[in-house]
Design a protein around this ligand. Structure first.
Ligand code: SDX
Length: 428
């Protein structure tokens, strides 16, 4: 029995049918009734079919290609997860070795990029630098515009996963007036990033294994999250057949916003502003009265505890074993405790999300607050690219071009300038 949604137009009594596929109907089924669907911010609209990441927001489930995030965080490395997202399967030993070598061989940036980065002020936000330099890489690899060539697509995938950490680390070194540290091919993905961030005069950087593993886990947890704001941008820009460098720059720009990946930076600034656990009740009252938001709380999909926040909270303990406990954790724990018992947050199903605890770890690792969104963009590069690859190869996809509901002026004739009078709207 085909599943059909039948709906009746109350204006003329006509009935229409829409086939139900995968618990959805196509918006184009409304066309015979002369209707479009209206869904600002896509609250209830699927724009793609995807096999990459599965989220069950009510149950707090997150899986990459079917593998539960808890198992990947426990047992995988970030490059294994990046391979899984891009290729759809966990790599064999040989595939992982080849993948890791490929990534390692592409971590360097063209020397001109150094001069490009020197043009930024010392206090330039590293996300602004990341967005700009990622887009600029498009000019170094013009062949990337051939997005229909699989070999060329995969070359750019490797280049971006490999080079984004280098751009990120160099943006930090630029802000400190320190010399850039070149990638060290003898180090793994996370250790190499720490080396490019913190190596000084010593010939080789030796990362603490516990901190290196904590960073790998954070990278795994941030690697993808289905059709979030920045993934939607990556797909939308990619739908015009723009190259993956400018597409990823756009995705990183979306991530920068404080409602998205910029929230981890906003959480740290919020905790510093609260200053002490005893100030938490007053802060919560201000949020409930509409003064700002409890950053790091809430999620469009998760109406339960974000499974990533739970793992990050556990990872924080491992990091603090090495670095010493971050005092701001006490404030964060008090915020969580009070919020989870308060009707305002409970009724709105607001729970800690991935950004609530991650900044405490980054700060304990010695990273500046402004770099926190960049720490989100580094691992999410693999997710954005997996989404882009799926989008450019999806036979159902076309250039993204939504409809609108027009609310502007009806047709009117041009008025010569000497006949125009300022209206209330135009006097501002
Ligand atoms: C990420 O989409 C993804 O998957 C994103 C992400 C990923 O991995 O890619 O998970 C990463 O972006 C996590 C979210 C990080 N952002 C923050 O922590 C910023 C604070 N949170 C929010 O602003 C908010 O919760 C969003 C943006 C995350 C979700 O917003 P929605 O789904 O659009 O919900 P909403 O803004 O309509 O809020 C619903 C209600 C409102 O109250 P009422 O108007 O009904 O009275 O809940 C309130 C909001 O005011 N609310 C909050 C709140 N979040 C929502 N009130 C106080 N503090 C908050 N954090």
């Amino acid at each position: 029995m085909p599943e059909i949604l039948t709906f009746k137009d109350g204006r003329d009594g006509q009935s229409f049918e829409a086939p139900i596929e995968d618990d959805s109907i196509r918006a184009t089924a409304l066309k015979p009734a002369g209707l479009v669907s209206y869904d600002p911010a896509f609250l209830n609209t699927a724009s793609v079919r995807s096999a990459i990441t599965y989220i069950d927001g009510d149950a707090g489930i997150l899986r990459y290609r079917g593998y539960p995030i808890e198992q990947l965080a426990e047992s995988a490395t970030y490059l294994e997860v990046a391979y899984l997202l891009i290729h759809g399967e966990l790599p064999t030993q040989e595939q992982l070795a080849h993948w890791a070598d490929d990534i390692t061989m592409h971590t360097f940036l063209h020397e001109n990029v150094k001069r490009l980065m020197e043009g930024f002020r010392y206090d330039a936000h590293p996300m602004g630098m990341l967005v700009s330099v990622t887009a600029a890489l498009s000019t170094f690899y013009p062949e990337a515009q051939d997005v229909d060539d699989e070999t060329i697509r995969m070359q750019q995938v490797v280049r971006l996963i490999a080079k984004v950490p280098t751009i990120a680390a160099w943006s930090y070194r630029h802000s400190k007036g320190l010399p850039y540290v070149y990638p060290d091919n003898d180090l793994g993905f996370a250790a190499n990033f720490l080396s490019m961030m913190f190596r000084m005069g010593e010939p080789h950087y030796h990362a603490d294994p516990a901190l290196e593993r904590a960073l790998e886990v954070l990278f795994i947890l941030h690697a993808d999250h289905e059709q979030n704001c920045s993934a939607n941008v990556m797909r939308s820009i990619g739908s015009s057949k723009a190259d993956p460098y400018v597409s990823l720059a756009g995705a990183a720009a979306a991530l920068y916003g404080p409602l998205h990946g910029g929230a981890n930076e906003a959480v740290l600034r919020m905790l510093v502003e609260i200053g002490s656990a005893k100030n938490v009740p007053a802060f919560i009252d201000r949020v409930k009265s509409g003064e700002g938001r409890l950053m790091g709380f809430g999620h469009r999909v998760y109406k339960n505890y974000d499974p990533r926040a739970r793992i990050i909270k556990q990872t924080a303990d491992d990091v603090f074993e090495v670095t010493g406990r971050n005092k701001l954790l006490d404030i964060a724990l008090e915020l969580e405790k009070i919020a989870l018992e308060d009707e305002y947050f409970v009724s709105r199903k607001l729970y800690p999300n991935v950004d609530f605890y991650s900044g405490l770890i980054y700060q304990a690792l010695g990273l500046p607050t402004a770099l926190f969104p960049v720490m989100f963009a580094i691992p999410r590069t693999a997710g954005w690219l997996a989404q882009w690859l799926e989008g450019v190869q999806d036979p159902e996809q076309k250039i993204a071009r939504p409809r609108q509901i027009y609310t502007g002026a009806a047709e009117r004739d041009f008025v010569a300038i000497d006949s125009r009078r300022a209206t209330a709207a135009s006097t501002s």
